[in-house]
Write a protein that binds this ligand. Structure first.
Ligand code: ADP
Length: 592
């Protein structure tokens, strides 16, 4: 008893731990699937003070200025429109991280850098306004059309960023080139080329730089394990060398043209091996090297007119960036699916493990019940054996007396012997069936079968304890359930035996256990009513807890196991006080 109790305790704990894991993993999955809203940029979550905002504005202006100065090295005359304008990506990134309060940093950085190109303050202000407006529009569109928590979850996300950038950058190029033209800085007939270079330069800047900020905002960058860091650096160096060889004219012209798409192979390698941040970094590296050398007249894009070369290069870079973003999206959606699949597999495994443990637990409980049933059943089997011996002796006497005038009497005795043998066999079959360790087997059967079988198994014990077990004759016609019959019988046996125990001190005529079956809406309810001690208020809330018992020799598992079984079948079990004392335990199961 003690041994099975300890084993049951162990099994129950491991069962609970499996369920706990299941809940944790479900919680994990659900928190992963609910994106947290990033409303005004990452910094807004942290409620920053005015001083911090001023520092952020200053920092954004400084970074904008520095990258713009670098970008202007590749400007076409009069020196404001460039082949690649990283600050457009920096401006959007600043808003994504700092939120709307850092907007002045864009305007200040842009204004300062443009006044440095020799244009008037009014013109610089016009250009700065265009750049700021473009960043604000891009920011608003990103918040509307990209999930900022997982911005590159599928291939379409890259295209969305492309369209967002294309629309927003129209503002910067139109206001920028417009300011230059109105204030007389653009030579005659140069507006269109200046406008398109500006637009494409800004577009390339957003496509190449802002993904890095989007990833930072989504906190993807922390996904790279430290040991992969050195591998990423080496891979980026190799990519840099390949790009230098192609765009820096280290190779003969025909060869460098032929190898133009070699960096894309290196990028694919980065895509497969490292987190997206490394891929976007690699893309930016290729772009910087390509622009640097093309503007100096070398590499596969170099032509007589630098502006034309840079124009072609802009297309090349934008397409490259778009392709990379789309591939990052494809890969991350594939990884997400794989992730989901493995989580699902883990869950299925945990479920299986739980079911296995449930079966084992139920078996332990059945063994414990069996131990107590054996005495009664031994008594029960004894009866048919005794009867067989009597009938056999009677027929022997009949044969010895050579009284052949009554052969039908001999036949009758033989039939009695075989009936009793069948009955003994049936009792043993039931015992074996009940105690056998088998996996769950759900079948469709009338609930009355389980009720009758449970009563039969307890018949001997009831007789020994002088308790009457009554099945309500008004029970409804067969109600079918889909369940593991042995398990449901086990539940009923637990309830009936508890009823016996509760009536140890009960007087003669109240020693009755009543079983009643009723149909209530979509479920069938079997109630076990006794005339015992009833349930005290103190124990009412604990009844179904494992190891709760008020009996000196109790294990406290019967009701806990019964509840596990019933709930696994989609049913319910509860206790209530009886009408004239005693207790009523009810099991409700869905009707098939
Ligand atoms: P055990 O029978 O080993 O104590 P159970 O889980 O079957 O374990 O029952 C837990 C407790 O619930 C019992 O110890 C008893 O106090 C209470 N209980 C169960 N059935 C009845 C009942 N029919 N009448 C009164 N109390 C009951």
């Amino acid at each position: 008893m003690l041994k099975s109790c300890i084993r049951a305790r162990f099994l129950w704990r491991s069962l609970r731990s499996v369920q706990g894991w299941r809940i944790e993993s479900q919680q994990m999955m659900s928190t992963q699937s609910i994106p947290s809203p990033v409303i005004g940029g990452v910094a807004e979550d942290k409620k920053l003070g005015l001083a911090t905002h001023l520092v952020l504005i200053g920092a954004l202006a400084a970074v904008y200025y520095a990258t713009a100065r670098a970008g202007l090295l590749f400007a076409i005359p009069p020196g404001n429109a460039t082949a690649i304008w990283p600050p457009s990506g920096i401006a959007l990134g600043g808003l994504l991280l700092g939120g709307l309060p850092v907007t002045p940093g864009i305007w200040i950085g842009s204004f300062l850098v443009n006044t440095g190109t020799g244009v008037s303050s009014v013109t610089a202000a016009g250009i700065a306004t265009g750049n700021t407006a473009a960043a604000l529009v891009a920011f608003a569109l990103c918040r509307r059309f990209l999930n900022l928590d997982t911005p590159f979850r599928h291939a379409a996300c890259g295209f969305r960023l492309f369209f967002i950038a294309a629309v927003a950058c129209l503002l910067a190029s139109t206001l920028g080139s417009g300011s230059l033209a109105i204030n007389g800085y653009l030579p005659e007939g140069q507006f269109a080329s200046n406008w398109s270079t500006w637009w494409l330069g800004d577009l390339a800047g957003v496509m190449l730089v802002s993904p890095i900020f989007l990833l930072y905002g989504a906190r993807y960058s922390s996904q790279m394990p430290t040991h992969a860091f050195s591998g990423a650096v080496v891979s980026l160096l190799v990519l840099g060398v390949i790009s230098l060889a192609i765009f820096g004219s280290w190779l003969p012209e025909e060869l460098s043209e032929g190898l133009l798409y070699l960096p894309s192979i290196a990028l694919f390698w980065l895509l497969l091996r490292f987190p997206p941040i490394v891929v976007f970094g690699g893309n930016l590296l290729i772009a910087m090297i390509a622009v640097h050398y093309t503007s100096r007249g070398s590499g596969p894009f170099a032509t007589e007119i630098v502006a034309n070369s840079l124009f072609e290069l802009q297309f090349f870079m934008t397409v490259y960036a778009l392709m990379t973003l789309a591939l990052v999206g494809v890969l991350s959606s594939q990884r997400e699916a794989e992730n989901r699949e493995s989580q699902l597999a883990a869950r299925v495994k945990a479920d299986e493990e739980m079911r296995k443990k449930e079966t084992e637990l139920a078996h332990v409980a059945r063994l414990a019940t069996m131990g107590e049933l054996v005495a009664g059943i031994a008594h029960e089997v004894n009866q048919p054996l005794y009867a067989i011996a009597n009938y056999a002796a009677a027929s022997e006497n009949l044969l010895a007396s050579s009284d052949v005038r009554h052969p039908e009497r001999l036949c009758d005795l033989n039939r009695q012997i075989s009936d009793q043998a069948v009955r003994a066999g049936e009792i043993i079959r039931r015992m074996r069936g009940f105690v056998e360790k088998s996996g769950e087997q759900r079948t469709v059967f009338p609930i009355s079968d389980a009720v009758n079988e449970a009563c039969c198994l307890l018949e001997a014990e009831a007789r020994l304890q002088m308790i009457a077990v009554e099945i309500d004759p008004e029970s409804p016609p067969p109600v079918w359930v889909r369940a593991d019959r042995i398990q449901i019988e086990q539940v009923l046996i637990n309830l009936i035996r508890n009823a016996f125990d509760a009536m140890r001190e009960t007087d003669g005529d109240r020693r009755v256990v009543k079983l009643r079956t009723a149909v209530v809406e979509t479920e069938v309810q079997v109630s076990v009513t006794d005339g015992g001690t009833g349930i005290s208020q103190a124990s009412a809330s604990e009844l179904f807890s494992p190891f709760f018992t008020t009996k000196p020799d109790g294990m406290g598992m019967g009701l806990a196991i019964s509840r596990t079984i019933v709930e696994a079948h989609g049913g319910r079990i509860w206790a209530s006080p009886g009408n004239d004392g005693g207790a009523v335990f009810t099991v409700a199961l869905p009707i098939q």
